[in-house]
Design a binder for this molecule. Sequence first.
Ligand code: PMP
Length: 429
Amino acid sequence: MNRPDTPSPDTADLIARRRRVLGGAQLFYDTPVHLVRGEGVHVWDADGTRFLDCYNNVPHVGHCHPHVVEAISRQAATLNTHTRYLHEGVVRYGERLTATLGKDLSAMIMVCTGSEANDIALRMAEAATGGKRGIIVTDHTYHGNTTAVAALGSTNPSDTSNADHVRRVPAPDTYRGADADDFTAAVVAAIADLEATEYGFAALLLCPFFANEGFPDVAHGFLNGAVAATRAAGGLFIADEVQPGFGRLGDAFWGHTHLGVVPDVVTLGKPMGNGHPVAGVVTTTEILSAFRDGFRYFNTFGGNPVSAAAANAVLDVLEDEELPGQAADTGRYARACLEELAQRHAVIGDVRGTGLFFGVELTTDPAARTPATEYTLRVVEACRQRGILLNKNGIGYATLKVRPNLQFRRAHVDQLVDTLDQVFEATPL
Ligand code: PMP
């Protein structure tokens, strides 16, 4: 399939209406994709074209998974209310979720978005450190959209205006050589710098897969020094598991277990409710008490009965269908196929990833490792025209990012790799 990239009249009308009512909001692709249905790893647009969805991590156990749909519908037809009443669902979820984490990470708050989860994590760090507010993040990251967490982001320059209390360390870039000792040294320097300010040092906040940084292949143990330095300075290590969590990485259920570090706070979002807006924060009972004592926190929707039903159903499917094991197998196969593809296309500079979070960095010059930023955009568009949805990210925005839901199998890898092969053939640098 190679369809011309012109929208149907209905889709063109919807684009114009959307622009009028929602403004120039962030849509993917030159001509936005107008989706009307999803099932498993596939989505369909309004013209009936089927796409292989290689990108959406929100429908984690599969688009419209019947078990999750049924759980949400049943609970919505039984009871939904705010969170000031006792309900079994949220408690059961907290018990099940914390059982997947280390024994000290035994307390939970449920919220609605990853941004809210990180916002709470910042306040937990403030409460646990006696009012310190200095935060260390990487220099190519995104942790959400509230005022407090937008100030941490570095991928949108306008988000950095109110960030005197933020220090940014260089994001690791394994394609160009990333060293754990250098990373630790940067964190140690940032801690000293913050401690010399009125803010002090409260927390190191990282995605333990460096998802927005372009998911560099950092080795197990890469964060040991930085986390040890954080603890030695009395700060918290916050692991933002919004992207790598819930079994996506295959062999490890969490990004931080994949790297072999233990966080003080874990934040969760996107995949947790398979599309239902539910998110969470897990921490120790001590930190949760400090937070509860320090801030009078209430969340109307966080952990309501329907959200809890959705989140419980996602855990059911992960267990019943053994999806993390499938992710491990499919991910290993995908890497092998992409490494083979890299032998035939010099534009592929680097193959990386783990489980169902993998991709390739494209380069215009393999010797200089120059990011092929503009070319990568064209590849993303060309894949869409051949029925494959994926995206790009990374420091130079030249990394093709493949992060499908956990129903993705070897046959889907074959389709993806065959398409990439054709696209690289057909798209000159
Ligand atoms: N943390 C990370 C690492 C993210 O990538 C995102 C969203 N892309 C968020 C937090 C924010 O999540 P949400 O959009 O649900 O608020």
